[in-house]
Design a protein around this ligand. Structure first.
Ligand code: C5P
Length: 305
């Protein structure tokens, strides 16, 4: 079972010499899951087969060896020592429910779940530390997907500090079906519009964490934010309209997760989450000409962190 994540905060602090950006972000896993099933059997030749792919979300999922599930299985086997001469055939089935390329780290979640499944099948051959290192080689969001819970991510966003703080937030995730966002382009546009050079200190991620630890939820909610929003709403003013709509429907806060395009609204409880979701569905009937429907209908998920 592979869980999606949201970025409760996302602060861009500056550019790094390796071409990446220094960020500070609070990540929380949510109960929206893909499912990966692996069948592993000894074989004359090493083979990885992606057999079934079922999905309730649109988007391209490559069924070849460029897929992160295949890459993860390959990486796991590559970490075997020479003494492990036995070959295996692995057949993978994937059920996808996490929107693809949406800022919810679905691909990374699939990779993390695959690592866990492989390690279970091979009697926990690798330690948690070793799995974390394999995860980091697979992608910046994979270590978090493996750790789950609530973490502070620093440096490229992949240096994780786990917290034992946990906040059960009710949220509504909203993604326009046909809107996709390029993360590198978002960083580039952000740099151009903000002219950032020196690394500044972050504030909101740590402030939100501190507020959680003292139980000051109002202050916690005040610090939910995402530095990409200025650029996102500039490029997609219709999404700012959608944000206003979500606030009007009763969300306490509405923010972008990762580099988007998914936004998440926080609400007090499951009832209010369902109410917001229903109001959005009704909006499609009542106001089909609204600008935020220009990317197709909205993919809506009621989740809990
Ligand atoms: O982590 P992910 O693979 O989604 O990153 C995609 C791209 O976003 C990177 O190749 C890089 O150009 C940019 N990026 C960045 N700084 C980060 C994370 C990503 O500049 N901290």
């Amino acid at each position: 079972r592979a869980a999606a994540k949201v970025n409760l905060t996302f602060e861009i602090l500056g550019t790094r010499s390796d071409g990446y950006h220094e960020v500070e972000t609070l990540l929380h896993s949510v109960d929206l899951f893909d499912h990966i099933t692996l069948e592993i059997s000894p074989s004359q030749k090493s083979k990885i087969i992606l057999r079934n792919y079922e999905s309730t979300v649109p988007g391209h999922f490559p069924m070849d060896n460029t897929n992160l599930v295949s890459k993860t299985i390959r990486k796991y086997f590559d970490a075997f020592t020479n003494a492990d001469s036995q070959m295996f055939e692995v057949v993978a089935d994937v059920e996808k429910a996490i929107p693809i390329e949406a800022g919810l780290a679905g691909g990374s979640a699939d990779a993390a779940a695959t690592l866990v499944a492989m390690n279970l099948a091979f009697d926990n051959k690798f330690s948690e530390d070793r799995l974390l290192r394999l995860a980091a080689e697979l992608g910046a969001d994979v270590p978090f997907a493996l750790a789950g819970g609530l973490c502070l991510g620093t440096e490229r966003g992949d240096k994780l500090e786990s917290t034992d703080l946990f906040q059960s937030l009710h949220m509504v995730l909203v993604k326009p079906k046909n809107l996709s966002i390029s993360t590198p382009l978002m960083f580039k546009t952000y740099d151009q519009s903000r002219g950032i050079e020196d690394v500044k200190a972050g504030s909101k991620s740590r402030a939100a964490l501190a507020a959680l630890s003292t139980g000051d939820l109002e202050l916690f909610y005040k610090n939910l934010s995402n530095d990409f929003e200025s650029v996102y709403f500039e490029i997609h003013p219709e999404m700012a309209e959608l944000r206003s709509k979500l606030l009007e429907f009763g969300c306490w806060t509405v923010n972008l997760t990762g580099s988007g395009p998914t936004m998440y609204g926080t609400v007090p409880n499951l009832n209010s989450a369902n109410r917001v979701a229903r109001a959005l569905v009704a909006e499609r009937m009542n106001n089909p000409g609204a600008n935020y429907f220009k990317h197709g209908s909205l993919d809506i998920h009621v989740v809990r962190s």
